[in-house]
Design a binder for this molecule. Structure first.
Ligand SMILES: [Zn+2]
Length: 380
């Protein structure tokens, strides 16, 4: 495969190759950095002949572990727990393990990074439907829109959370945002249930995500959407209702889904919505920076080298590596991060990271506080 073909393939998630009316935005034409970093990563895989860019036995083992843990927590919660002191920790663990399904299995599947075979990727992506969130709507929102237009106000729907919060310096500030660094955290917790019951349906019915249009699901995509919602409703509500009251089922669903929502929101906010990340604006439908330089300017890694963070988060702490190479399985990111950092340095491009998860969390808290202050419309 020629390098040109590989670039074409690795950009398959991006809107220029996608059907539907995603808003168009051109990036700068100078691709020297992008070509160099791709060459160095190609060389890394060539040196390790036989190493696939997609998953291997580590991924299959991880898949089994994460799915088994989730199933065990669910069975213990629904059928075994006899007191709140048993049920509460199990509901929290179920929330965390379902987040683990999203981070480790569905995310790689959705980016076609889990395996070479398309059907395996689709199957793994569909584990997201099992936990009630449409993998189809998510593919368009995350793999297409967010990945291409990350941190570009009006284009990246991840930084548009409506009037409840202000994540971008180019979004309108409302007086209530003065306290968003306190009240947004519990609202982050509602994110997952909102996707399960509101956003997925709204997006699929309207064929719109923010200002972007996308094709409504048809055929198998629609079958997976409907079946996923039904399977989720069955395990999360119908089966437990055979053994418990409605109030009890709703309460523990609430605990698990709040943990899930908060975990997802935090993990995806630390790399982008912090003071060290840029929020560049297009001028006359164009971004000044080329695509790869843009990704580096708006994305931070966190807790690199910390396996206790990397393993459950599906390598999402190597976030710049993920944004530059979304179709490479996350198990390779710890090796790629040194290549990425060195290439940034060689091209005079800023490489930024949070030393730990906690410093990243503190940075996001400061960013929320800063964005809530009056007079913070900045242009970077
Ligand atoms: Zn992604």
């Amino acid at each position: 495969m020629t390098q040109k073909q590989e670039i074409h393939q690795s950009r398959a998630d991006q809107p220029s190759q996608a059907k539907g009316s995603i808003l168009k935005l051109e990036f700068g034409q100078n691709r020297v950095f992008e070509l160099d970093i791709r060459q160095r990563v190609d060389a890394y895989f060539q040196q390790r002949a036989g190493r696939s860019r997609t998953g291997s036995w580590q991924m299959y083992l991880k898949t089994v572990v994460v799915l088994t843990c989730s199933a065990i927590f669910y069975v213990l919660l629904a059928f075994v727990a006899r007191s709140a002191w048993q049920a509460l920790p199990l509901a929290i663990l179920l929330g965390l393990s379902t987040a683990g399904i999203g981070f480790n299995i569905a995310h790689d599947g959705g980016h076609k990074a889990y395996a070479k075979a398309l059907w395996v990727n689709k199957l793994m992506a569909a584990t997201m439907d099992l936990v009630g969130v449409s993998s189809y709507a998510w593919f368009w929102k995350h793999a297409v829109i967010h990945h291409r237009y990350v941190n570009i106000t009006g284009y990246d729907t991840d930084i548009d959370i409506g009037i409840i919060g202000r994540l971008s310096p180019h979004s309108k500030r409302l007086p209530i945002h003065r306290w968003q660094h306190f009240y947004l955290w519990p609202l982050y917790g509602l994110l997952a249930s909102k996707m399960q019951f509101v956003d997925d349906f709204k997006r699929v019915i309207r064929g719109r995500i923010g200002k972007h249009g996308f094709p409504r699901p048809k055929g198998w995509e629609l079958v997976i959407f409907v079946a996923g919602k039904m399977v989720f409703l069955a395990w999360a509500f119908c089966i437990p209702l055979l053994f418990h009251t409605f109030g009890v089922v709703l309460f523990y669903y609430g605990v698990a889904v709040l943990v899930l929502g908060l975990t997802i929101a935090v993990v995806f906010q630390l790399p982008h919505c912090v003071e060290q990340a840029a929020f560049p604006v297009p001028r006359e439908g164009r971004m000044e920076n080329p695509w790869a330089v843009h990704q580096a300017s708006v994305t931070l890694d966190f807790a690199r080298g910390n396996r206790i963070v990397s393993w459950p988060l599906g390598g999402l702490n190597y976030h710049l590596e993920h944004h530059l190479f979304p179709t490479i399985c996350h198990i390779h990111y710890p090796a790629l991060t040194k290549i990425v950092e060195q290439t940034c340095r060689d091209h005079g491009i800023k490489y930024a990271e949070h030393a730990s998860f906690w410093t990243g969390l503190a940075a996001h808290y400061r960013w929320l506080r800063q964005m809530g202050m009056p007079g913070t419309n900045i242009s970077r």
